[in-house]
Design a protein around this ligand. Structure first.
Ligand code: URA
Length: 277
């Protein structure tokens, strides 16, 4: 359907257009007025974070079907990374870290997200879980894992006698990628200093990495989650050395219910480890 600027749109047309946008994966508006990027030509945007912004625009929105991020190496010269490192290192508490992240302008995802989804649960819990990035519900509520994946995560936690008052939950990327697409390697690299500092300040005794993006962002491994899950690793975060269990993302289980047994085995391992701690 094509509607010129001067043509009035009926309510039914507007609704049909919105339905089409949603079907195509568009679920957030990032500007009040349309921008003709062809007319802009090659003029360089003024932002120092140009490459991060450009990266987020060229990756087509797609449902987060795979939790494995693209494997291209992160760009070390990215200005957002240095700034994220500086801010993360300067934060002396989780409140300071949240404030610093709220003020940070080096990740283009922030502009499209409703808000920061910083954490849920109780900091200082023995178990910390780290997922990929907020989805729609998380973006609206400003908390990780409150949508469908979160409900499944609650059931998994309940199977080992835990709930959100006994764990701490965050994501490697705290702003929702448009259309729930997988975060790019560049976005993961920009956000990494923040999640590393968040883990350090929350000081859990044991870490669970939910899905391939969390696993590759925090361990640096290029092996997929199918190969990595179920095997304990030691992760160094500042002064901490944390026993870490990579496992499947709950969203993967929603699509592959036959893998439930594997995640159940992984959480039984975690349960036993927590009893020894
Ligand atoms: N998936 C994630 O990885 N994190 C969330 O917070 C929600 C869905």
């Amino acid at each position: 359907m094509q509607v010129s600027a001067t043509e009035a749109m009926s309510v039914a047309q507007a609704r049909a257009l919105l339905d089409w946008y949603i079907a195509m994966g568009v679920d957030c508006a990032i500007g009040e007025t349309p921008l003709d990027r062809f007319a802009l030509g090659n003029a360089a945007p003024a932002s120092p974070y140009r490459s991060a912004a450009a990266a987020s625009l060229i990756v087509p929105p797609s449902p987060r079907a795979s939790t494995t991020p693209p494997s291209a190496p992160a760009i070390e010269g990215e200005p957002g990374i240095a700034e994220a490192r500086r801010l993360a290192a300067a934060a002396m508490s989780l409140d300071e870290l949240r404030e610093a992240m709220n003020a940070f302008e080096g990740c283009a995802l922030k502009a499209a997200a409703t808000q920061l989804a910083f954490a849920d649960g109780i900091a200082g819990s023995a178990l910390m879980l780290v997922g990929e990035a907020p989805g729609r519900e998380e973006d609206l509520q400003g908390k990780p894992f409150v949508g469908r994946s979160g409900q499944l995560l609650d059931r998994i936690l309940a199977s080992i006698g835990l709930d959100r008052s006994k764990v701490y939950i965050a994501n490697v990327v705290p702003w929702r990628p448009p259309g729930n697409r997988t975060p790019t390697p560049q976005e993961l690299a920009i956000c990494r200093p923040f999640i590393e500092r968040q883990i350090e300040l929350a000081a859990p005794k044991c870490l669970v990495l939910l899905g391939g993006a969390a696993n590759s962002a925090l361990t640096g491994s290029s092996l997929g989650i199918v190969k990595q899950r179920g095997k304990w690793l030691s992760l160094h975060m500042g002064q901490l050395v944390l026993p870490t269990m990579p496992t499947f993302h709950p969203a993967y289980l929603l699509r592959n219910p036959l893998s439930k047994k594997l995640i159940w085995n992984d959480f039984m391992e975690v349960h036993q480890a927590l009893r020894r701690i």
